[in-house]
Design a protein around this ligand. Structure first.
Ligand SMILES: Cc1cc2nc3c(=O)[nH]c(=O)nc-3n(C[C@H](O)[C@H](O)[C@H](O)COP(=O)(O)O)c2cc1C
Length: 382
């Protein structure tokens, strides 16, 4: 591809996505960095600095997976949005991002079965009891005592489902009071909503199981509840149709996710965020050529598409130019380049990320990556 000048890059043209007016098309996707306080799940001052560093005028940040209840926490040191202290501390973060002209959404999360009693203190809930999941050695949970296997779970009773939907609504209300611009629902990554969607984890015989319509019902109810707080144009949905992360699987993922993309057309949501097949969880994997990609779901879903997974500055520009997606989320490169949009706009080199500091720890490898200009100043002074 011929390299374009700054003024020509499509990534740096404005976009209206739901209710959000954006000045560029590079998004920080949710990245769980495990720097919240344990066991309170309070967002930390370090997190405020981290998000503030990554805010840019008219740019969209999606804050990391944040538990709607204490038992829905996927990892220790993941933040919550279920107490008033959480609201107050997130407010400091949203204020810092807004001060730089950025927008920030909160990713509302419930881990379902993908957690441990060492974190949530109670038996994890899910769609259906699944012994195979408990035997799957690839699934681990980060606890204060290190990595453990998920605890035995239990299936939600039909009459309990409405209570969980209500907890999503209450969390959305708290997110609003915390100053967020909207919310993203995580319907992927092997967490509770996806455990209802996919038939590998949903063997229910009630109205939440069986047909694709029934398996989608939980998500559709949550979208309805959360939209009463925000308006659907401030609610996004994230899916990872091809990922087997956290022991996920469906007998016909193509049929499921095509159906879901079509059904979401009726709900007026802000965007559909699709993780591409080349990434599973936080890792790049061999791409299954037949997997369900953003381009396919974008043919069906009429609203804006955010694509994520393994994008470089060049492939991100190609993807928006070709109409594959409206916005591109770039995760791992954003960890080590707080000024990522600026670097991409100006064709500047990227600092490589440091996997060893992804999860947990202090500011090292989290808030101490310099901007390009800071690096240059340091070089000039040396
Ligand atoms: C450290 C780390 C934490 C992540 N946490 C989340 C998360 O909380 N929620 C989520 O939906 N995806 C999460 N992901 C997936 C990313 O949002 C993104 O989809 C993935 O990193 C692929 O994009 P990339 O290739 O640009 O990094 C995480 C990925 C990484 C590397």
């Amino acid at each position: 591809m011929v390299s374009k000048t700054k003024a020509q890059k499509t990534l740096f043209t404005a976009a209206k996505i739901g209710a959000f007016d954006l000045k560029h098309r590079i998004v920080l996707p949710a990245l769980s960095r495990l720097r919240a306080q344990w066991p309170s799940a309070n967002p930390s001052d370090l997190m405020r600095d981290y998000y503030s560093q990554r805010a840019s005028s008219g740019g969209l940040l999606i804050a990391e997976a944040t538990a709607i209840t204490s038992e829905g926490r996927p990892y220790h040191a993941a933040p919550g949005i279920y107490t008033e202290e959480h609201v107050a501390r997130w407010k400091q973060i949203t204020d810092a991002v807004h001060a730089k002209g950025g927008l920030i959404l909160l990713q509302l999360d419930h881990a379902g079965r993908a957690t441990s009693t060492a974190i949530g203190q109670v038996t994890p809930i899910t769609a259906s009891v699944n012994e195979t999941f408990l035997e799957d050695e690839t699934v681990v949970v980060t606890t204060p005592d290190g990595l453990v296997r998920p605890s035995a779970h239990r299936a939600l009773e039909t009459r309990e489902v409405a209570g969980v939907v209500e907890r999503f609504r209450v969390a959305a209300e708290r997110a609003k009071r915390a100053g967020f611009d909207g919310v993203e629902l995580i319907a992927g990554q092997g967490h509770l909503v996806e455990q209802f969607l996919q038939d590998g984890s949903n063997k229910r015989t009630d109205i939440y199981g069986g047909s694709i319509e029934n398996r989608e019902r939980f998500l559709i109810e949550i979208i309805g509840a959360v939209s009463t707080v925000w308006g659907a144009d401030r609610v996004g949905v994230r899916v990872s149709p091809s990922s087997t992360f956290n022991g996920m699987g469906d007998s016909d993922p193509r049929a499921l996710f095509r159906h879901l993309a079509e059904r979401l057309n009726d709900h007026g949501i802000a965007y559909l965020h699709v993780i591409e097949p080349r990434v599973s969880g936080a890792d790049t994997v061999d791409e299954n050529q037949d997997a369900v990609a953003a381009s396919e779901l974008g043919q069906i879903f009429h609203g804006p598409i955010i694509a994520a997974g393994g994008f470089t500055p060049a492939t991100a520009e190609d993807a928006v130019n070709s109409g594959l997606a409206n916005l591109i989320a770039i995760g791992r490169h954003f960890t080590s380049n707080p000024d990522l949009p600026y670097r991409i706009e100006n064709d500047l080199p990227l600092t490589h990320y440091d996997r060893s500091t992804f999860y947990g720890g202090d500011g090292h490898g989290y808030t101490d990556f310099p901007t390009y200009e800071e690096t240059r100043e340091a070089e000039l002074l040396a």
